[in-house]
Design a protein around this ligand. Structure first.
Ligand code: FAD
Length: 451
């Protein structure tokens, strides 16, 4: 019998897990967050005011059984055209903080929020025992890992022991990122995805007028959302599963209805397409299609895309396709040796600063986080087959090294990508966290949405 759940991490996933346990009259919860401010997580806390959500407000309700919740909240806070707005990420952080505050206020002693880092978890007395970095202990009947993404790898050829701030920022959310640059400087961003866009906007907003070179294997930039609302005719049937056939179908649909709708109409089926794909198909998708999928699927809010277009048009932002080979500290900065895509000839460029925007790492085998490292060493959790994160079953139970599902240890959010693939954004995570809370509350056997 689960009476007490310890939730590790209070970003969107963990915070909503705690709130949904309360909503479903489930077990009491202890929500543990190492950062000073719970609820915001990596995405919605330290954002710059210019950073907008990349999903329209109509898709960002925290609750799948109340899809207009965030739109109503925005409207109540005076936002016009709330449904089609791409709200600032800081505003979304305020929304989540308010939800958590309300839940705490009405929870009595059923929800406790603790600040601290969980560094270990063992089985003890028919439950789990968590150790905190400050020496504290928490006992519970089950635990939920809601730890978010792992930090990115350093780029190939870069030794962080040799290069550190201000020459190299391995963490693209470092508050010192834009400081101390002059207008003649060139900044190299490794990566051309959404994190690169965040960093380019932050540099521009800080007054940086020098050149920004953004380098990735293919040099692909995220596409933009269309303006207005996002209405489309939904597909009735799940499309064919083989990646090759899917690409052909997607192209044909894009011709017929436009690429945005062709990508968006797959959304309700992506998790089941992934679940039914073989390991070989998943591997092929990750190797060949993922970069294309990512830039079409995870799009920019129009005002953000306008700013990036202006930076491209002025030449301030220059995307290039290639691979890094070596980074060397030189007198006035860093010298990069790299190879342009399609060329065998190494080239060099000198830059004042290198910023790592290669995106999150999910490979547990390379994780340095004490908690995850210990759980892997002890065989309580294992990497999924594609090394995208933590292996879980369809009910979000983690899977041990011997292949058995753990009834007392669950995982939520982007680290469960290996099982669900489409599980990095709010519209998907809110369903996952709601479903698990209902199961832990024994509420899953009564009617679904709209309790
Ligand atoms: C910059 C950025 C912008 C995004 N924008 C959008 C968007 O506009 N729309 C959208 O739908 N999705 C967006 N996303 C996707 C995002 O992944 C999800 O929306 C969601 O925020 C993921 O939340 P999470 O709780 O799983 O992870 P996180 O937000 O990373 O939270 C994990 C939390 O766990 C804590 N933690 C980790 N380990 C421990 C430990 N051992 N002990 C205690 N605490 C621990 C961390 O400190 C952190 O606060 C964005 C993501 C990023 C990174």
């Amino acid at each position: 019998m689960i009476r007490h759940v310890a939730i590790i991490g209070a970003g969107f996933s963990g915070t909503l897990q705690a709130i949904n346990l309360l909503r479903h009259d489930g077990p009491r919860a202890t929500l543990i967050e190492r950062a000073a401010a719970p609820a915001e997580g990596l995405a919605y806390g330290a954002a710059h005011p210019q950073h907008l959500l990349n999903v329209r407000a109509a898709g960002m309700s925290a609750f799948p059984d109340d899809p207009d919740h965030f739109v109503r909240w925005l409207a109540a806070h005076g936002v016009a055209d709330a449904a089609t707005a791409f709200a600032p990420r800081l505003t979304y952080g305020a929304y989540l903080r308010e939800l958590l505050g309300e839940a705490q206020a009405r929870s009595g002693d059923r929800l406790k929020v603790v600040q601290g880092e969980v560094v270990d978890l063992v089985r003890e007395h028919e439950g789990v025992a968590l150790s905190l970095a400050d020496g504290g202990h928490i006992a519970a009947d089950a635990a939920v890992l809601a730890v978010g993404n792992l930090p990115p790898h350093d780029p190939v050829g870069l030794d962080p022991a040799d290069l550190g701030p201000p020459l190299y920022f391995g963490n693209p959310w470092d508050p010192r990122l834009t400081a101390g640059l002059s207008r003649d400087d060139t900044v190299l961003i490794v990566g051309t995805g959404l994190t690169m866009v965040d960093v380019a906007l932050a540099l521009e907003a800080s007054g940086f007028a020098g050149q920004i070179v953004a380098l990735s294997r293919r040099g692909l930039l995220p596409r933009r959302h269309a303006g207005g609302s996002a209405e489309w005719d939904r597909l009735d049937e799940r499309p064919s599963v083989a990646a090759s056939a899917l690409v052909a179908e997607l192209r044909a649909r894009a011709e017929a209805i436009g690429w945005r709708q062709a990508v968006d109409e797959l959304r309700p089926f992506t998790q089941s397409l992934w679940r039914n794909a073989s390991d070989a198909e998943r591997r092929r998708f990750i190797r060949h299609l993922r970069p294309w999928w990512d830039v079409h699927r995870h799009r920019l809010a129009p005002p953000v895309a306008d700013k990036i277009d202006a930076m491209l048009a002025s030449g301030q932002l220059q995307p290039v396709a290639g691979k890094t080979i070596a980074f060397r500290r030189v007198e006035d900065g860093v010298e990069l040796t790299w190879r342009r895509r399609g060329s065998d000839t190494p080239e060099t460029m000198r830059v004042a600063r290198v910023i790592n925007c290669t995106g999150p790492l999910g490979d547990l085998a390379r994780a340095e986080e004490p908690l995850l490292r210990r759980l892997v060493e002890r065989g309580m959790i294992r990497p999924d087959a594609q090394h995208l994160g933590i292996d879980v079953d369809s009910e979000a139970r983690t899977i041990a090294a011997d292949g058995a599902s753990n009834d007392d240890l669950y995982a939520l959010g982007p680290m469960t990508r290996g099982a669900f693939w489409e599980i990095v954004a709010v519209p998907d995570i809110r369903v996952q966290t709601w479903t698990l809370a209902r199961r832990l509350s024994n509420a899953h056997w009564v009617g679904g949405e709209g309790l």
